[in-house]
Design a protein around this ligand. Structure first.
Ligand code: UTP
Length: 278
C-alpha cells in the first residue's frame, strides 16, 4: 500500500506574479478550492493518508489551510456556510500533514530529496505537483490508476500524456517500449529537449510513484537543465539500471502553473458545478 504522498510546493510561481508575491501558487483557487486541496483529495482517493509537503518562504498559508481555524469554526457554526467546510474538515480528520522546507530552489529533484525525512526510505511513495490539476470524470483518479499499476509492477512510474511536437520543450520527455496498453518501459528520459531532438511526444506530468532507491539516484545526479537537480535525470539513471514505467493516464490534466491552463481549469469546473445545479 502507498500511504505517503509528497507535494513539492516550494516554487515561486513567478508566472502568477503579482498574485504569488505573498501567496503560494498552490493556494490559488479553482472556484472555491485551492489547487493543493485538489491534489490532496486525489491522493486520499488513491489510499494515501500521510501528506508530506515541501514548502518554502512565504508558504505558511498552506500549513494553516490544513489545520483547524477555531475562530472561523465558531463564527459559522450553525450557519448555511458550514457545509462549505465539510471537505476540508474531512481531510484534516483523516490525514496527517508533515512539512519541511526547501531553503533554496534547486530543482524538483532536490525538492523530492528534501522529502526523504518525511516519507522515509522504506516504502514507495507518491508525488503530486499541485499545479498540475488532474481529473478523470469517467473513473479512477490519475493517482489511483498509478497505484493500481504499481501493485502489478512494483517500480517507479511516471504519468505521461501526448503533447503536440512543438510543445515538447516544456516537459520531461520519455523514450520507451510499449509493454501493454498505455504502459511503456522507459529507456531514456530527457528534460525539456529541443523540439526537434525529443525522442517522442510523450511528456511527463506532475504525478509519480517512486521507490525509495530514487533518493540514492538523486544523490548521484548532477545539476542538469537550467542548473537544477532534475528528477527526470535521476529517473533516467533508474530506468537504465532497473525499471521505470511511463503510464499514459486516463483523464485530463490542466497546467495550472500557467495562466491559460488555470483559466481552462476554472471554466471546466465552473461548467461542472453549473451542470450539477441543473
Ligand atoms: P515549476 O517550475 O512549474 O514551478 O515547478 P514554479 O517555479 O513555482 O513556477 P514558475 O515557473 O516560477 O511560475 C513544478 C513544481 O515543482 C515545485 C514547484 O513548487 C511546482 O509545484 N518545485 C520546483 C519545488 O518545490 N522546488 C524546486 O526547486 C522546483
Amino acid at each position: 500500500m502507498i500511504k505517503r504522498c509528497l507535494f513539492p510546493a516550494a516554487g515561486y510561481g513567478t508566472r502568477f506574479l503579482p498574485a504569488t508575491k505573498a501567496m503560494p501558487k498552490e493556494m490559488l483557487p479553482i472556484l472555491t478550492k485551492p489547487l493543493i486541496q485538489y491534489g490532496v483529495e486525489e491522493a486520499m482517493e488513491a489510499g494515501c493518508d500521510i501528506m508530506a509537503i515541501i514548502t518554502g518562504r512565504g508558504k505558511r498559508a498552506i500549513t494553516d489551510h490544513f489545520d483547524i481555524s477555531y475562530e472561523l469554526e465558531h463564527q459559522i457554526q450553525g450557519s448555511s456556510k458550514e457545509s462549505m467546510l465539510t471537505d476540508i474538515r474531512n481531510i484534516i480528520d483523516k490525514c496527517t500533514f508533515t512539512y519541511t522546507r526547501q531553503n533554496e530552489m534547486k530543482g524538483l529533484g532536490d525538492a523530492i530529496y528534501k522529502g526523504k525525512v518525511l516519507v522515509g526510505s522504506s516504502a514507495p511513495f507518491a508525488v503530486v505537483l499541485a499545479d498540475d490539476l488532474c481529473v478523470n470524470p469517467d473513473g479512477d483518479g490519475i493517482l489511483t490508476q498509478m497505484v493500481k499499476l504499481y501493485e502489478k509492477y512494483k517500480c517507479c512510474i511516471v504519468a505521461t500524456m501526448e503533447v503536440p511536437k512543438e510543445e515538447v520543450h516544456k516537459y520531461g520527455v520519455i523514450e520507451g517500449k510499449a509493454m501493454e496498453d498505455g504502459v511503456f518501459m522507459v529507456s531514456n528520459m530527457i528534460e525539456k529537449p529541443d523540439n526537434d531532438k525529443a525522442p517522442s511526444n510523450l511528456a511527463v506530468i506532475g504525478r509519480y510513484i517512486l521507490t525509495p532507491d530514487i533518493f540514492e539516484m538523486i544523490q548521484n545526479t548532477k545539476p542538469g537543465k537550467n542548473g537544477e537537480l532534475q528528477i527526470t535525470d535521476a529517473l533516467c539513471s533508474q530506468a537504465k539500471k532497473g525499471m521505470v514505467l511511463a503510464y499514459k493516464f486516463k483523464g485530463k490534466r490542466f497546467d495550472c502553473g500557467s495562466v491559460d491552463g488555470f483559466v481552462e481549469a476554472t471554466n471546466y469546473f465552473y461548467e461542472l458545478e453549473k451542470k450539477k445545479e441543473e
